[in-house]
Design a binder for this molecule. Structure first.
Ligand code: UN1
Length: 501
């Protein structure tokens, strides 16, 4: 416990803040209570929204490259605190140390990306059909952005959104998952330290945090003062948030469930495929939106691939994520374990054969934690349970004969986040990437579906939500576009050649 207190203290979280509140935070590593935080009251949330709206009026007038300086400082703070925040992510979300560090690195990376972006928020100049006229676009700050995140990326997803929002001229209000508040709070404190260093160029209320459960998030979702809501979580959550934001004509970025697959063809390098499967199916104990959940393998290579894979699964080091060398940590809670058991049992009822895993592990050492041996279940077809996202280390194996069939199986799920193909056959690869190929937001070749870099746009189609965040031109969603037509002639010609006299 004392190690936790000193790490939290170094991250700017005082002892008094984590005691005596009603919101209990537990570690999935051993089930122990880590903290009891005070929940933000509804009045305070209203106050935060008002402050954010006031901050916007000032922040939008700070030149974007100056706003970039703030995220540069945030990147420095995150770099400095990387070990501490990574460790908090590990004890709070159950990630192995490497993955905790990797998550904070995503925050550092997006700050650097956003710094460069702060000098590149440009629109187009467009030729006019009228003489002596010019059309141009400008991107202006949008307003306060609410960022609602999930337990599995409690630091990085806030950073992806906040770094972009801040350079785009938008204040942020952050509502971290109540299952991983400390990681969110530590990341937020790093931003507060950057704001303090940035000085009085940052208006009061530029970045705020709301701690508590769903009703507080709902206040943000429903507030007309918040033009953009970015929410990461389940499709069930998105079905509630999406229509509420739409009904007030707000904008939203929804990052919801995935059911990510890998197609392995006879032209694949099977050893590479096995390594990619391992990281993406069992890494983070299968609790990434991008985790590999379906393996669609050609019948002729299925036996060879499974033999290699089962051997690799048998050697997996499962256990305390804080111990060096562990590859698979715990599930977040008992609910996640029960959902996994339910999915395996249902898959069996639907004709599935369990080839490996599914058993609870380390129950004696950690009676209040939920470790599980990653499971592989061979399915006769893509049945109903395979089409659902189960958030844990459960990999379904499906066989195909013709390549078209592989793509049809691949796309026949409601979700559309990430996907990949393992093949060295140009025709197969290009078909997979083509309009008639993978219908996901991300489609990879000879790498797994998870572990995306921040430079690309991140997100997916269908029930994944349809939006993008992080790199490429995702920044445009945090701004409002104006189209300006300028007449520098002495005439007043009308568009479409209309004569109005
Ligand atoms: C998520 O699981 O919510 O691509 C985000 C990845 C990470 C982000 C995942 N960069 O796996």
């Amino acid at each position: 416990m004392s190690e936790l207190l000193s790490v939290l203290q170094r991250c700017g979280i005082a002892v008094g803040e984590i005691q005596g509140g009603a919101l209990a935070v537990r570690s999935p590593v051993d089930g122990a209570e880590l903290a009891r935080l005070r929940e933000t009251s509804p009045d305070e949330v209203n106050g935060s929204i008002a402050k954010s709206a006031a901050a916007f009026l000032k922040w939008r007038m700070v030149p974007a490259p100056v706003r970039g300086e703030l995220v540069r400082l945030w990147g420095e703070e995150l770099r400095e605190a990387r070990r501490d925040i990574g460790w908090i992510v590990s004890i709070e979300a159950g990630k192995i140390i490497e993955e905790g560090l990797g998550e904070v690195q995503e925050g550092v990376d997006i700050c650097e990306f956003a710094l460069g972006l702060s000098r590149q928020l440009h629109g187009k100049t467009i030729v006019s059909e009228r003489p002596g006229h010019r059309i141009m676009e400008q991107y202006h700050p949008l307003g306060p952005v609410a960022i609602i995140t999930a337990f599995n990326f409690p630091s990085a997803v806030f950073a992806w959104n906040a770094a972009l929002a801040l350079v785009c001229g938008d204040p942020v209000i952050f509502k971290p998952s109540e299952k991983a508040v400390l990681s969110g709070l530590a990341t937020f404190r790093a931003l507060e330290r950057a704001i303090a260093r940035f000085g009085d160029r940052a208006p009061d209320g530029l970045a705020q945090i709301v701690i508590g459960s769903a009703p507080l998030a709902e206040m943000l979702v429903e507030s007309p003062s918040i033009p953009l809501v970015s929410a990461t979580g389940s499709t069930r959550m998105g079905r509630i948030v999406g229509p509420k934001v739409a009904s007030r004509f707000g904008k939203r970025i929804l990052e919801l469930g995935g059911n990510n697959a890998m197609v392995v063809t006879p032209a694949a390098d099977l050893d590479m495929a096995v390594r990619a499967i391992l990281f993406s199916a069992v890494g983070t104990a299968g609790q990434r939106c991008t985790s590999l959940r379906r393996l669609i393998v050609h019948r002729s290579v299925k036996a060879a691939l499974l033999a290699k894979l089962l051997k690799a699964y048998a050697d997996l080091r499962i256990g305390n994520p804080l111990v060096a060398g562990t590859l698979v940590g715990p599930l977040i809670d008992q609910r996640a374990f029960d959902a996994l058991q339910h999915a395996i049992a249902t898959a069996q009822q639907q004709g599935g054969k369990v080839l490996a895993g599914g058993q609870r592990m380390l129950a004696e050492e950690f009676p209040n934690a939920w470790y599980v041996r990653p499971a592989i279940v061979e399915m006769p077809a893509q049945t109903a349970i395979v089409r659902e996202e189960t958030f844990g280390p459960l990999l379904y194996v499906l066989a195909y004969d013709a390549f078209d069939e592989a793509i049809a199986i691949h796309n026949d799920v409601p979700q559309g986040l990430s996907s990949c193909i393992f093949s060295n056959d140009l025709r197969e690869v290009e078909t997979f990437l083509s309009a008639a190929g993978s219908d996901c937001g991300m489609a990879n070749v000879n790498i797994g579906p998870s572990g995306a870099e921040i430079g690309g746009a991140f997100g997916g189609e269908k029930e994944t939500g349809g939006d993008r965040e992080s790199g490429s031109d995702a920044w445009k969603q945090y701004m409002r576009r104006t189209t300006n037509t300028i007449n520098f002639s002495k005439e007043l010609p009308l568009a479409q050649g209309i004569n109005f006299s």
